[in-house]
Design a protein around this ligand. Structure first.
Ligand SMILES: *[C@@H]1O[C@H](CO)[C@@H](O)[C@H](O)[C@H]1NC(C)=O
Length: 370
């Protein structure tokens, strides 16, 4: 160590090592960014994307997140044009800077119009075997002028290796009017893996047995849409009971009641008489996620308070605990367990402004611990 090295004191070196170790170990408690700054392979690529309208930073918004060790992977739905990647990892280099986005698992999987690649990721779910399930509707520019680029599909990515391990074409389980919105996955007691996807337009839950490579559609009873003026958003959440069994909680945004079904009934395809009416919702509810156990997080439509309900308790408002409040114009879009921090992570943004087209330089997004 000669030359410029002599100016680096041992303390500085140690501090640098510590900082590097820290960035590797955990994401900071709060990570913020505006619009979408990507890490490009080189500046020529960036300029090419920009000049051809394939990169418009203010059109990028993260709505869903998966936490794996120190990694945060986000869904960037292609609501508008100019979103170069629809699935990305958050990169956070220093405490004072905004986070940047790294296409996940790679650039080649992001190309619009290439049907082996991702077209429009609207939801992601990390399962207990470290498989990230990715729901791709195949329809882009959904807020401006929707264009179907490719069939709807679900991709499975191993987050340990970053390898794509499975692609499931959902064409056979959907119709041209389907609106796929949320997904979760689950393992049956005999080790088979299943994926459940909500289809708001057909009032159905798609059930796909990944192990056997086949699926079916469970059409929900009319009562599920009671109070809903239209089939707007069909939320799904997977809850785990202490005995190891799992159930799916579901409701339409504007319907008046909350429902659940044991996943074993969904798997066998016989939902009739197996759906539980958990009770009335006080107001329109936006389901935000779970703690990967028996607790569900939600907020009321347009409101900044986040509540936690433990499904071992009755579904009544005295059992809803307020656990978080967003600042200013922000609203939470996803809550997930962050095992590295042993806390809950909250993804929030001013997405109502984004939807209105009034974000200026881009949506303000943050990923923080609760
Ligand atoms: C969620 O809970 C299950 C069951 O307790 C556990 O095996 C798994 O590691 C947890 N984490 C994720 C990301 O699924």
């Amino acid at each position: 160590m000669h030359g410029q090295g002599q100016f680096v004191s041992p303390f500085t070196t140690l501090a640098l090592v510590a900082i590097l170790a820290l960035t590797n170990a955990t994401l900071p408690e709060t990570v913020k960014w505006t619009g979408g700054s990507f890490e490009w392979p080189c500046s020529t690529t960036r300029n090419m994307f920009k000049s051809s309208g394939k990169y418009i930073s203010k059109n990028v918004i993260a709505t869903r997140v998966a936490m794996f060790e120190n990694k945060a992977i986000v869904a960037l739905p292609r609501y508008k044009a100019g979103i170069p990647a629809t699935l990305a990892q958050i990169s956070h280099k220093s405490e004072n800077c905004e986070a940047t986005l790294v296409p996940y698992p790679c650039w080649s999987l992001q190309e619009e119009g290439t049907c082996t690649a991702l077209q429009n990721v609207v939801d992601i779910y990390l399962d207990p075997q470290n498989i990230l399930w990715v729901l791709d509707t195949g329809v882009v520019s959904t807020l401006d002028e929707p264009v179907r680029k490719c069939p709807p599909k679900v991709l499975a990515i191993n987050v340990v290796t970053g390898k794509l391990v499975k692609t499931i074409d959902l064409t056979g389980l959907t119709t041209s009017t389907s609106r796929l919105q949320y997904l979760v996955s689950d393992y049956s007691r005999d080790g088979r893996v299943f994926v459940y996807v909500s289809d708001a337009a057909s009032r159905a839950i798609l059930v796909y047995d990944v192990t056997l490579g086949r699926g079916h559609r469970v059409v929900l009873p009319q009562a599920v849409a009671t109070g809903a003026t239209r089939r707007d958003v069909l939320y799904l959440a997977l809850l785990r009971r202490s005995d190891g069994s799992t159930c799916l909680i579901f409701t339409y945004l504007s319907s008046s009641r909350m429902f659940s079904i044991r996943t074993e009934h969904l798997r066998s395809g016989s939902a009739n008489g197996k759906i539980h009416d958990l009770g009335a919702k006080p107001k329109k509810m936006v389901l935000l996620g779970t703690d990967n156990g028996s607790a569900l997080f939600f907020r009321y439509e347009g409101e900044s308070d986040v509540y936690r309900w433990d499904a071992t308790n009755p579904f009544v408002s005295r059992c809803f605990d307020q656990v978080y409040t967003s600042a200013d114009c922000s609203l939470v879009t996803h809550v997930v367990a962050d095992y590295a921090r042993a806390r809950m992570r909250v993804l929030e943004s001013n997405f109502p402004d984004y939807m209105q087209g009034s974000v200026g330089c881009g949506a303000t997004q943050s990923l923080s611990v609760m």
